[in-house]
Design a protein around this ligand. Structure first.
Ligand SMILES: *[C@@H]1O[C@H](CO)[C@@H](O)[C@H](O)[C@H]1NC(C)=O
Length: 469
């Protein structure tokens, strides 16, 4: 399979407006907001206003100016009409439902313009993996849900940052790590935002899952979410955290393009990163059911396929992909969307079969490097690993106050405040310099000491030493 045709796209992603996380967690269905009016009677102005105010409170949203409020109210009312009309039609036909979710005060044009990235032509796709190419003799499970196997972490929230690609990547790695090692370890999107600048990856301005997998392979692994938490903005790469390669992968491959059967086979084996077009108004306001709404194949968002199945009668019995989004648990079905599967278009619904890829993991994770032990100065005082204990104040042979010199095997200078590194072991306390040897012209600045950490007071140590001697 030479060249995958598809121009690479940096998924700049849909992101949602900053909102309180409490609001994000609350997925309240209240009848007034979601109810379908009998025979589509138009709601009164007062009703809509009351709903809007309740919505503002629920989502912790405030506007700076009256004009903004008026504009947002208009968009809200227009979306409400759209949702009401859609749901009135959908309810008889097992269709998916829309709701007045966190995007309900944005027109679709605003939603796209503010939160959708433009596609940028780039390099083609990587090597297509053959392991999940569908063959006629393959027998695949009827349905798959990796959540049931504990391979999917709770839904995360990318906030106001075009980082969907990092969330899709991390979730796929979390999944394969659980499958191979048995442990679900939540991993760091922030490390990818800050440190993965390879390929088309560009922090909150978008990126590509394959480039992020590539980064993790080359880095030897990725750090945990706990150690390198998400900040919803780019920062400087934390090299110490980048060096903590808690979970590793051995490679990554692309699912054969435009082939839902192969995507199914891949998802049957592990959660798979997929790209979709998510800019449609129905996607914006999706609430539940098997999504059959309008969308094209202008890929602008990255998510994770964590399963597939066939809907119940209430869903019209439609086949679906189970897709985990990164807009918090308040969007869609607890943060998920079920998207129509087994469609006539080869690209799949919203292009879901166009740009799928997955990490490959063959073995265990790197052994954690044990933290170096502290330097013990005496029973009660210690200095950080890799430093030297210097006695700052002593009585007879008892040191009452220790200092720490920030170098291994250092010489402690008589001035009580400095020390010299092992390569320049001769103190010149007056000049606060250190020489290679006596009288040598090669000198460096002396190092300052810091106080040692102590568990007990000097007085209790002195008392101890008196009683023990
Ligand atoms: C796709 O749909 C057809 C017709 O409904 C069905 O017979 C077939 O089993 C479906 N294929 C998959 C892979 O679900």
């Amino acid at each position: 399979m030479a060249g995958r045709g598809t121009a690479a796209v940096a998924f700049v992603c849909l992101v949602f407006l900053a909102a309180s996380s409490a609001a994000a967690a609350a997925h309240v269905h209240d009848a007034a907001e979601h109810g379908v009016p009998q025979g589509l009677t138009r709601r009164t102005e007062a009703d809509v206003r009351a709903m809007f105010d309740a919505w503002l409170a629920r989502h912790g949203r405030t506007y700076n100016a009256l004009a903004e409020y008026v504009h947002r109210f208009r968009a809200f009312r227009d979306n409400l009409d759209f949702v009401d009309a859609h749901n009135a039609r959908a309810v008889q036909r097992g269709g998916f439902r829309l709701g007045m979710n966190r995007f309900a005060d944005l027109t679709n044009a605003e939603f796209r313009a503010a939160y959708l990235g433009s596609s940028t032509a780039g390099r083609g796709r990587n090597a297509v993996g053959e392991r999940y190419r569908y063959r006629a003799e393959d027998v695949l499970p009827e349905s798959v849900d990796w959540r049931e196997k504990g391979a999917v972490a709770p839904v995360k929230n990318q906030g106001h940052c075009g980082s969907c690609w990092a969330f899709s990547t991390v979730a796929a790695v979390e999944g394969v790590n659980k499958i191979v090692t048995g442990d679900l370890v939540t991993l760091s999107e922030q490390e990818l935002l800050d440190c993965s600048r390879n390929g088309q990856n560009n922090g909150c301005n978008g990126g590509i899952m394959d480039d992020a997998f590539d980064f993790i392979v080359r880095n030897g692994g990725i750090d945990t979410e706990k150690d390198y938490p998400y900040a919803a903005k780019e920062g400087k790469c934390d090299l110490a955290k980048k060096a903590r390669t808690v979970v590793s992968i051995d490679g990554f491959e692309d699912v054969p393009d435009d082939d839902e059967a192969s995507l199914m086979k891949a998802v049957a084996h592990q959660p798979v990163s997929v790209a979709i077009e998510a800019g449609g108004r129905e996607f914006q306001l999706y609430e539940s059911g098997v999504f059959t709404g309008r969308c094209g194949t202008e890929l602008d968002h990255a998510v994770l396929a964590v399963g597939y199945g066939t809907g119940t009668e209430a869903d019209g019995g439609k086949d679906f992909w189970l897709v985990r989004n990164s807009w918090g648990p308040g969007w869609g079905e607890g943060g998920y969307i079920r998207m129509e599967r087994n469609v006539t278009a080869r690209a799949g619904k919203c292009g879901i079969a166009m740009f799928a890829s997955y990490p490959v993991k063959n073995g265990p994770n790197p052994k954690p490097i044990p933290p170096a032990p502290e330097e013990k100065c005496d029973r009660y005082s210690s200095c950080p690993a890799g430093s030297t204990c210097c006695c700052t104040y002593g009585v007879r042979s008892v040191c009452l106050a220790w200092g720490c010199c920030p170098a291994k095997g250092a010489t402690c200078c008589r001035d009580r405040t400095t020390c010299c590194p092992s390569e320049y072991p001769v103190c010149n306390a007056g000049k606060r310099t250190c020489a290679k040897s006596n009288g040598s012209p090669y000198t460096v600045d002396a190092l300052p000491r810091t106080p040692a950490k102590r568990q007990r007071t000097a007085v209790s140590e002195l008392v101890d030493s008196i009683f023990s001697s």
